[in-house]
Ligand binder design. Structure first.
Ligand SMILES: [Zn+2]
Length: 110
């Protein structure tokens, strides 16, 4: 139980760090009528998409889903906190840029 708390506390600290370093981004894609919540990795080589409070594209989320029966990660915490506090970046890109620059980072191809 204590270990679980410590793990969550660590995730909470990481979530704050992501917000502070402006790695939480609300992304709009031109002509798609689509908004995505992204959390970039510390060096911005990778990016994960958070969908509401329930889903994230990262490996940690899936590991917890398999081991704890419920997926969660610091990305979900970061987006949730960012939405509450309004501390997030907004970016607008076109479809071509999204596929070329962001999808690749989601798929860990870079
Ligand atoms: Zn995640």
């Amino acid at each position: 139980m204590l270990l679980g708390f410590s793990v969550r506390k660590k995730a909470f600290v990481k979530a704050h760090e992501a917000i502070r370093k402006k790695r939480v981004v609300k992304l709009s894609i031109d002509s798609e009528n689509l908004e995505l919540w992204l959390v970039y990795s510390p060096k911005r080589r990778r990016v994960n998409i958070v969908v509401d409070k329930d889903y994230c594209t990262c490996l940690s989320y899936y590991k917890k889903l398999l081991t704890e029966g419920k997926g969660w990660c610091y990305h979900i915490m970061a987006v949730s906190l960012a939405k509450k506090t309004g501390q997030y970046q907004e970016d607008k890109v076109d479809r071509k840029f999204f596929i070329k620059n962001i999808c690749m980072r989601i798929l860990y191809l870079q």
